[in-house]
Design a protein around this ligand. Structure first.
Ligand SMILES: C[S@@+](CC[C@H](N)C(=O)[O-])C[C@H]1O[C@@H](n2cnc3c(N)ncnc32)[C@H](O)[C@@H]1O
Length: 371
């Protein structure tokens, strides 16, 4: 598949937007959504917010019933009920809600048909978004929500830990099915960030890249599509690298898979160290500790590339504030403002060389050693 077709398939959009266009588009969407919300009286706003809770179980049911794959052409509710072993009346009610929320469409003659969202949830979709649905609707994750209030009262441990009596990453290691779903969900987002990194940063002078906490290697796989000269190292916990998407090769250029904990040591001497959605998983002490470990492995001319959704100083309805609550619920992590990141990097002996907005709206910060 050529690069343009790959990007269209992975993004579900006709072109990769420059980061500033995404930022402007998100501001416009927030303004429109805020207007829509505020146009209703408060009791309606409350009910609409509460009823949005049905989005997750409905998306979960759509994926669990494999409807995105079955909707390769418009089909009647009766046929879908037959093929999925569902009650036709109940399935129709779920699908009508789903159509109202934009997850599927109906033809004028009343057949159910796939739209862009349904297509992105197919098993053969370029980016595995169905895994995000499986992750967010899984019983092991939803068991977290009843403990959310209690975790606010105590501060520690996180709601997930209250529900499962173990921390998040230990749970994923002990439960490989859950771990595999989480890895796939992360891969979907990683592919988008990787397209942005591949197109936005300068890779010509870079020889070696280590993806720290790189999951099963989706970021490196995409990066290699654009810059095949790169020598890559995937680093994550052993239970995760065991599911790596690519095999090791001696090269040149070499593809290496290494496992361990980034609180102990990471492979030394690479030109670039990627930390995508890693720092936000941890509180300030742990985040500083892991940044120090990576800084110790960094050659003088090397850079650490941190990719995160930077939180706004003022409260607003955006991806960073929702993701902040996921970090709060699952672990000790948090989304941070630009100032908070700067302080964290400084504490780890690092300084910002350059910051770029990626097409997703996330920020890629290139860090060098401060000394
Ligand atoms: C939020 S995911 C991000 C994955 C990937 N960078 C991405 O953007 O999709 C966090 C990753 O950190 C890894 N991780 C957690 N604790 C770790 C540790 N102590 N050492 C190495 N990797 C760890 C997890 O296994 C997971 O792959």
């Amino acid at each position: 598949m050529n690069q343009r077709r790959f990007e269209r398939a992975a993004l579900g959009a006709p072109a990769v937007p420059p980061g500033r266009v995404t930022v402007a588009a998100n501001a416009l969407r927030r303004w429109l959504a805020g207007g829509h919300r505020r146009s209703a009286p408060p009791p309606v706003q409350i009910l609409e917010s509460l009823f949005a809770a049905f989005d997750t179980p409905v998306l979960g049911a759509i994926v669990a019933l494999d409807l995105p794959d079955l909707l390769d052409k418009p089909r009647s509710v009766g046929e879908l009920a037959d093929r999925t072993g569902s009650d036709p009346d109940r399935l129709e009610r779920v699908l009508r809600y789903a159509a109202g929320r934009g997850f599927v469409s109906f033809t004028r003659s009343g057949l159910v048909k796939a739209n862009g969202v349904t297509t992105a949830l197919r098993s053969e979709a370029e980016a595995p978004w169905r895994a995000w649905v499986q992750f967010m609707s899984s019983p092991w994750l939803t068991a977290t929500w009843p403990r959310f209030g209690a975790s606010l009262a105590t501060g520690q441990p996180a709601a997930f830990e209250l529900a499962h009596e173990t921390d998040y990453f230990t749970y994923l290691t002990a439960n490989p099915d859950a771990g595999a779903i989480f890895d796939e969900a992360m891969a979907a987002g990683a592919m988008l960030q990787a397209i942005g990194l591949a197109r936005t940063l300068d890779w010509d002078e870079v020889q070696s890249v280590c993806d720290v906490g790189g999951g099963t290697g989706a970021t490196l796989e995409v990066l290699l599509r654009y810059h095949p000269h790169l020598e890559v190292t995937l680093f994550d916990l052993p239970s995760v690298t065991a599911r790596a998407r690519f095999a090791e090769t001696a090269g040149p250029p070499a593809r290496t898979i290494t496992s361990g904990s980034f609180f102990d040591e990471v492979p030394a001497g690479c030109d670039r160290y990627l930390l995508l959605a890693i720092v936000h998983d941890w509180d300030d002490d742990r985040a500083t500790a892991l940044l120090r470990v990576v800084a110790a492995a960094l050659p003088e001319s090397g850079r650490i590339v941190v990719v995160e959704n930077v939180a706004c100083e003022n409260p607003r309805d955006d991806f960073a504030s929702a993701s902040d609550l996921l970090m709060l619920a699952l672990a000790s992590g948090r989304e941070r403002t630009a100032k908070q990141y700067e302080a964290l990097f400084y504490a780890a002996g690092l300084k910002i060389d350059r910051a770029s907005t990626l097409p997703t709206g996330a920020t890629a910060v290139e860090l060098v050693r401060a000394d």
